[in-house]
Design a protein around this ligand. Structure first.
Ligand code: NDP
Length: 488
């Protein structure tokens, strides 16, 4: 395995060298896999200046939607061409199982193609009903220079939930990826340049969030900040954005409910319960980490979930049959194990798992299932971000809606029932941006994702996600002679 080394990608090219680098060791094997330049405030200033120049004076925002779409589609083609390399980078840096990394890169291609179609449809509207000689044009324009700050769990996919939509609108972007997993952001920026994205439109600076993430969020050259990450850092970003009164969109943490009614397709729901919490090592913002099961089926259902969880394969993320790979780093693994200990000490019933994988060079946690979890317990409330499921039993629809809504978060929820009335009633009463019925962690580029409450605000993906990267300028036109108001 050769170590990849990246310098900042600014104004269409990689810097020659950097004064220092952050080492990234594989969380699965401990081997050094990549080195990322450690950026400072001056690097961020250069990147924002490049984006500013590209947006204010460059060709990208002035091209037709058709031209931008063509470049974006070439970008998608190049991702396909480099598919295996991009997949390998995600597996090496994140520690996620290879079959899910493939899904991330495939999903990225779909997002870009959809965003390309939106570039061609970007439009405003016209009012012709304002009275005689009055017309108004609502002109949709790109929002400008966009700061994109992204987390480590889906480095390529989350970036592609943002970049193509921003580029489709005609914006220029500066990306600050997670210091753990910056490789794919650099690779994608270079591929975008190869596809014809002009210099300065797609810049990437790596390094510490507390230094360059902060400086990007409070930079006066930025017009919009799109942040995905923890609720705590999201609060920082809001404070930083207040300095220059800059619009923000925040995709933050979650503690989603996965609700199984007795009349559900139980085979599908068992798989949905497992997928809900073990997908992407449990390091997933939309994890269905709180499983609610109707009491009449709970005994058998929970037994099936826990027995299947115990059979999942934890280990080398490059193995095709691995279900759960490595936690992102040892510190995060300790945090996850701390939550597991709190579950035991606060009286939840541990059904399976509950410990780290012994004799391993990597950060592996066994799939863990707790039963009889109550709303007072820490594992019911906190986002664990690991392969830890909490099960709570319920009797009635009213009771489970109240339990599901008992969270500071409101990102995503899931409901399993064959009764459409149950599905519609529960969906309408859940306080979250996303509800999925009889499926879990599903999606499509056309469908917007948004949080409510502590999960943030602002849309990502879909038409609504695209419009985040635009703004409306209202042009009011009076034709003919205007009735005087003041002139005597
Ligand atoms: P963090 O909030 O720790 O980091 C997110 C990004 O912010 C990283 O690039 C980080 O850089 C950067 N950052 C850190 N400090 C600052 C700062 N002061 N100012 C600006 N940027 C800063 O999140 P994680 O990377 O740990 O990701 C996990 C979290 O992300 C979970 O809470 C998860 O739920 C959430 N998430 C939400 C999603 C959604 O769509 N709602 C999707 C995926 C994840 P660095 O890495 O260098 O610290």
């Amino acid at each position: 395995m050769s170590t990849r080394q990246y310098t900042h990608f600014i104004n269409g090219r990689f810097d020659g060298d950097a004064a220092s680098y952050v080492d990234r060791k594989s969380p699965a094997s401990g081997e050094l896999v990549a080195r990322f330049a450690t950026g400072d405030v001056a690097d961020m200033d250069r990147a924002v200046a490049a984006a500013r120049a590209a947006f204010d004076h460059g060709p990208w925002p002035r091209m037709s939607g058709m031209e931008r779409a063509e470049v974006l589609n070439k970008f998608a083609d190049l991702i396909r061409k480099n598919f295996d390399r991009l997949v390998r980078i995600e597996v090496e840096e994140v520690g996620k199982p290879i079959r899910f990394a493939r899904g991330d890169i495939e999903g990225s291609v779909g997002l870009i193609r959809y965003a390309a179609s939106l570039a061609m449809q970007m439009s405003g509207s016209t009012y012709t009903n304002l009275g005689a000689n009055k017309t108004a044009l609502l002109m949709r324009e790109p929002v400008g220079v966009v700061a994109l700050i992204t987390p480590w769990n889906f480095p390529a996919l989350i970036l592609m939930q943002k970049v193509p939509f921003a580029l489709a609108a005609g914006c220029a972007v500066v990306v600050k990826p997670s210091e753990f997993t910056s490789g794919s952001a650099f690779e994608l920026a270079a591929l975008a340049a190869e596809a014809g994205v002009p210099n300065g439109v797609f810049n990437v600076v790596s390094g510490k969030g507390s230094v360059i993430g902060q400086s990007l969020a409070e930079h006066p050259g930025v017009d919009f900040i799109s942040f995905t990450g923890s609720t705590r850092i999201g609060q920082n970003v809001i404070e930083a954005s207040a300095k220059n009164i800059v619009k923000t969109s925040l995709e933050l943490g979650g503690k989603s409910a996965n609700i199984v009614f007795a009349d559900a397709d139980l085979d599908a729901a068992v798989d949905g319960a497992l997928m809900g919490v073990f997908f992407n090592n449990g390091e997933c913002c939309v994890s269905g980490s709180r499983l609610f099961v109707q009491s009449s089926i709970a005994e058998e259902f929970v037994r099936r979930v826990s027995e299947s969880a115990a059979l999942l394969k934890v280990g080398n993320p490059f193995d095709e049959d691995t279900d759960i790979g490595a936690m992102i780093d040892s510190k995060h693994m300790s945090t996850v194990m701390g939550f597991v200990e709190s579950g035991v000490s606060e009286g939840a019933k541990l059904l399976t798992g509950g410990s780290a994988v012994e004799n391993s060079a990597g950060n592996f946690v066994q799939p863990t299932v707790f039963d009889h979890v109550t709303p007072q317990m820490t594992i019911f409330k906190e986002e664990i971000f690991g392969p830890v499921l909490s099960v709570t039993r319920f009797e009635t629809l009213d009771e489970v809606v109240a339990l599901a809504n008992d969270s500071i978060y409101g990102l995503s929820n899931y409901v399993w029932s064959k009764n459409i009335d149950t599905v519609m009633t529960v969906a309408s009463r859940l306080k979250s941006g996303w509800v999925q019925a009889n499926t879990v962690i599903d999606g499509a580029p056309q469908l917007p994702l948004a949080g409510v409450k502590g999960s943030g605000f602002g849309y990502e993906m879909g038409q609504a996600g695209f419009e985040e990267f635009t703004q409306i300028k209202t042009l009011f036109i009076h034709t003919g002679s205007r009735q005087p108001v003041f002139a005597k």
